[in-house]
Design a protein around this ligand. Structure first.
Ligand code: RIB
Ligand code: CA
Length: 313
């Protein structure tokens, strides 16, 4: 049974790998559309990057939309220091043949959720949650129609990566994250706690390059570019691979371990804004609104990723 999904993304090399993993899995995932959001770099650049990724995959059936250009309240913070000026530095990718859709990404999300049976569409968010929150504000009725939101974002035991307290996707738009987590929608969160286990060691990257197709080579070059910042910062044996955890969870949830807990977003304190305050030990009676993934099987994750990338051109 294929799962209908919408991917909301700010590509970003790790977003690109997640999108390719999804595009390589048509028997599992029916991608209704890809929506770009401002985050790693500007909206226009993220949208252009999404078109290039679709072109690389050969999946010309997939439509790409541009969503919101800035967070709901705060000023946009981008991450060129990690992803490069284009947001997808590393490989030279084929120029996209297709254009962006003219419909705004938020309206595409609303229209698609209203057009399908309730509870049949999963939102896969790989960047700040601005588009999802704005869709919920514009059309609150969609909340009850979303099957699940599987998101990369947040951190608790692994602490923040853009500030000592906050992970980037939540930090960029904490108000959007707050709206989403309070909407009563089933949420699966892939925080830094699990993504920091999925490290792209040189051995794993070499196996991806050894696939021998253009997608594997592009992924190798993307991650060999974006790893520099994290290798220097963390001194790990490989850089964490964040966004593909969302798609891998949909493909093989058994690779991950998590717990239903309460997560609330700090939206006021300048010191800790964007922190995902996770009640991991159930010390409060706050509702368990998130399935918080704390760990995963990295070898199985990379085996899945490598096997699926081999299915692409
Ligand atoms: O903190 C990691 C997240 O921020 C990932 O989604 C990465 O692409 C960046 O958007
Ligand atoms: Ca991302």
């Amino acid at each position: 049974m294929t799962r209908k999904i919408i991917i909301d993304t700010d590509p970003g090399q790790d977003d690109a790998v997640a999108i390719l993993l999804a595009l390589a899995s048509p028997e599992d995932l029916d991608i209704l559309g890809i929506v770009a959001v401002a985050g790693n770099v500007t909206l226009a650049q993220n949208a252009r990057n999404a078109l290039k990724i679709v072109e690389l995959s050969g999946r010309s059936d997939i439509k790409v939309y541009a969503g919101c250009e800035r967070p709901m309240r705060r000023t946009l913070v981008t991450a060129e220091h990690v992803h490069g000026e284009t947001g997808l530095d590393g490989p030279v990718l084929p120029l996209p043949k297709q254009q962006l859709e003219s419909q705004h990404g938020v309206d595409f999300i609303i229209e698609t959720l209203l057009a399908h049976e309730p509870g049949t569409i999963t939102l896969c968010t790989l960047g700040p949650l601005t588009n999802i929150a704005m869709a919920l504000v514009k059309a609150p009725a969609i909340a009850g129609r979303i099957k699940e939101i599987v998101m990369m974002g947040g951190a608790y035991f692994e602490v923040g990566n853009i500030t000592p307290a906050a992970e980037f996707n939540i930090y960029v738009d904490p108000d959007a994250a707050d709206v989403v987590l309070r909407a009563g929608i089933p949420v699966v969160m892939a925080p830094l706690d699990v993504t920091h286990m999925m490290r792209s060691t040189r051995e794993r990257l070499d196996k991806i390059r050894a696939i021998g197709n253009r997608s594997g080579q592009a992924v190798y070059e993307m991650l060999s570019f974006s790893e520099r910042f994290d290798l220097y910062k963390y001194g790990m044996d490989g850089a964490p691979l964040h966004d593909p955890c969302v798609i891998a969870y949909l493909l093989k949830p058994e690779l991950f371990q998590g717990r239903h807990i309460n997560v609330v977003i700090e939206t006021a304190s300048e010191l800790t804004i964007g922190m995902t305050v996770a009640d991991y030990w159930h010390v409060t009676d706050r509702p368990h609104n998130v399935h918080f993934l704390r760990s995963g099987d990295a070898d199985a994750f990379y085996a899945l990723l490598t096997e699926r990338l081999a299915r692409l051109p």
